[in-house]
Design a protein around this ligand. Structure first.
Ligand code: GDP
Ligand code: GDP
Length: 446
């Protein structure tokens, strides 16, 4: 299962046939079991293919709970997680029992989901049940159910057709994900054009120019060790040496646009000029945009003899306090030194942006961190972290479900972010943490 495959989640009450359908979709491929701490259930992941589409399937099911009240709460929680994580949600219901109270509860949650939800009426083993399914489940407000029999396989092909029709957007994204968009940004005359030429020359890449989105921007797409690099040049090779009035202002807009479009920004500084306010300003924009950041100190060949990288790097990191995760290096675009490292850092940052951490692993790490260093309590109460899930990649985005998000103070958020970084890396890229209240939580914190 690749980190970027879209995720299809199976949600539904126990015994509706989730595991039967999971097995149909995943077939003989190996499934991965993920234990969820503090619960009796586990999640099953597998990979599936239909036509040219690859996707991951998660069975949120596998629970052993006798008490029906508890199982309703669990199914509800499962539905919320699917809403947070999945690209497509398959909501399974049972045509033998017809719609039940818990089905209605889950439907209410799923109606709020951003991801598309497909209502699947299972156990429609014969034409009578297929017809009944269509009539009965319409009232769940999730559209026309797809009648299937996970047991016999009928209707599963139609279901898969629907699922993959909902995937293309995601699929295109993951195909494009193989390409790394790198913006070369920095003040005028720091050496951006020289660097672009040096990268292209040194790496002996196959180069083709593709018109960018602004009139005069040209992206250079190059192949490097099997990876496509899209170099977004904000200087413009053609403008080299020509500094006209108004260029500065124009280039600010271009820098912003390039940052928006990139995965990783290569921020170039002129080492002979030190670290200027404008340099840190651009770095701040990159961090705010949630992108990868590699800071290259250029013209190192022209530095005074006694210049030392350790000292410079320390100063640089001080100025980049808001982005301690940024990668830094010294280069000379002119003589080519340091450029290998630069390209490698950019690729590593791009890969780090696409990492997906399993919910089980995340919760283990975060629960340990909370136990080691508990949130302090105030008159307003004490923050409780109920669970955390990764909602997105590029940048990796983590949603912390808590009792009261207003109690999550800056320093504690930073502590949790540092915890994620020391456990999982994310070197070279911004990550995001989001704190949400979990409503209707009756089990208290974990
Ligand atoms: P889950 O644990 O909720 O995912 O449900 P299971 O996959 O374990 O299925 C529950 C029961 O329903 C099992 O006895 C299955 O054999 C049965 N079942 C699953 N799919 C079908 C179906 O399409 N038709 C019929 N008749 N039974 C089914
Ligand atoms: P841009 O405006 O950021 O695209 O900068 P250019 O690539 O046009 O370079 C500006 C000036 O800096 C030119 O005169 C380059 O020759 C010079 N330059 C670029 N890289 C280096 C370097 O690594 N060392 C030295 N000494 N000069 C450089």
């Amino acid at each position: 299962m690749s980190a970027s495959s879209p995720l299809v989640a199976l949600v539904g009450r126990p015994n509706v046939g989730k595991s039967a359908l999971f097995n149909r979709l995943v077939g003989a491929r190996r499934a991965v079991v993920e234990d969820l701490p503090g619960t009796t259930r586990d999640r099953l992941y597998g990979s599936a293919r239909w036509g040219a589409h690859d996707f991951a399937v998660v069975d949120t099911g596998g629970m052993e709970v006798e008490d029906s009240g508890a199982f309703t709460a669990l199914v509800r929680e499962q539905a919320k997680r699917a809403v947070a994580e999945a690209d497509v949600i398959l909501f399974l219901v049972d045509t033998v029992t017809g719609p039940t109270g818990p089905d209605e509860d889950v439907a209410a949650i799923l109606r709020q989901a951003k991801a598309p939800v497909v209502l699947v009426a299972n156990k429609a083993d014969n034409p009578e049940r297929q017809a009944a399914a269509r009539a009965e489940f319409y009232r769940l407000g999730l559209g026309e159910p797809v009648a299937v029999s996970a047991l016999h396989g009928t209707g599963v092909g139609d279901l898969l057709d629907q699922v993959v029709a909902l995937l293309p957007l995601v699929g295109e994204e993951s195909a494009a994900a193989e390409e790394i968009a790198i913006a070369i940004v920095g003040r005028p005359n720091v050496g951006k054009s020289t660097l672009l030429n040096a990268i292209l020359g040194e790496e002996r890449m196959i180069v083709s120019a593709i018109p960018g989105t602004t009139r005069d921007a040209v992206d250079t797409v190059a192949e490097h060790e099997g990876r496509r690099l899209r170099l977004i040049d904000t200087a413009g090779i053609r403008r080299r040496g020509r500094i006209e009035p108004g260029v500065e202002k124009h280039s600010v807009g271009r820098t912003q646009e390039a940052i928006e479009r990139c995965d990783v920004a290569l921020l170039l500084l002129d080492g002979t000029e030190g670290v200027t306010a404008q340099d840190t300003h651009i770095a701040g924009d990159v961090a705010k945009a949630g992108k990868g950041l590699v800071v290259a100190v250029n013209k190192w060949d022209a530095m005074p003899k006694d210049a030392n990288w350790g000292g410079f790097a320390q100063l640089l990191l001080q100025r980049l306090r808001f982005a301690p995760w940024a990668q830094t290096c010294a280069i000379s675009a002119q003589d080519g030194s340091g450029i290998d490292d630069l390209v490698r850092y950019a690729k590593e940052a791009a890969d780090a942006r696409r990492v997906r951490i399993s919910t089980g692993e995340l919760n283990r790490v975060v629960q340990r961190a909370v136990a080691t260093h508990a949130p302090s309590s105030s008159s307003a109460g004490r923050l409780k972290v109920l669970y955390v899930t990764q909602a997105d990649v590029s940048p990796p985005t983590f949603v912390f479900f808590v009792n009261d998000a207003s109690l999550a103070h800056f320093s504690y958020r930073r502590y949790l972010e540092n915890t994620l970084r020391s456990a999982f890396g994310f070197r070279g890229t911004a990550i995001r943490t989001v704190f949400r209240n979990r409503e209707g939580d009756s089990r208290g914190g974990s």
